[in-house]
Design a protein. Sequence first.
Length: 288
Amino acid sequence: MWFKRHKSYDRFAILAAAEKARAKGKVRKAIAEYRKVLEVDPSDYETHGKLAPLLAERTQLAGAWKSFVAAGEGYTRDMHEDKALSIYMQAARYLPHQLEVWKSIARLQVGRGRPPDAVKALLDGSRHFRRRNHRPEAIRLLRLACEIEPWHFEATYALARLLLKAGEKREAQWHLEGLAERAKGRNRRRACATLFRMSPSFVGAWRWVRAAIAAREIPFPRRSSWLSPAIRQHRRGQAARKICLVMALMGIIVVGISVGVDVGPQTYYVLLVGSGLTAVGLASLLFF
């Protein structure tokens, strides 16, 4: 009778063989060797961390995600947050459409006392869910970012824009109104501009123009280097400047009405008049 001799289990030899195969580019053999170790010890999170990217490269995404999670949770249990974060960052490169990977990165960053990095990760993750059928996932990530850092401009502004696309106009307007009150400079101008596009009005247009002037983003400078020193030193009163701003504001409103409302065959002429008023009003600021 022939007796079959079973090979003894040597973890270090198997891992060495797996690393050798991996170095030579033999991914399939390396995966097989790592799985031998996991058959004996399924909770070996270090081996899971080595196996996960190989499975992802072979497009075995479900198995890769399970190994990434096992590795990340194992390092977290052993208080190795940096290694756990590295595992999830690696998972984000291979599985950017996995919602939980971005949440895990944010959770670890908050645990390390780095809320700004957590918000940045959630913003990066939301950009992978901008398609219409993935829009709810992007909104969930941005809501989480706003919970970590309330009124963070980029997160709140991106959330408002997605809510607007999703038809949640009231909530989007609430977020934009809050940003318009809290933000300064260019960010305030962006919030006011989006509010005006949502619901064009005289008050909204005036707030948009004021925010643009405060941010110094009016396309025509108040002082020009090509004007003579005598003209640059000549200043007019506040009344003349207000007249120019009102003229530009009227032009913006006329343009908005001509774009949003069908006025028949005169649309071209109305648009031309509005553009002319805006250009004249803003250009007049050169002299005041």
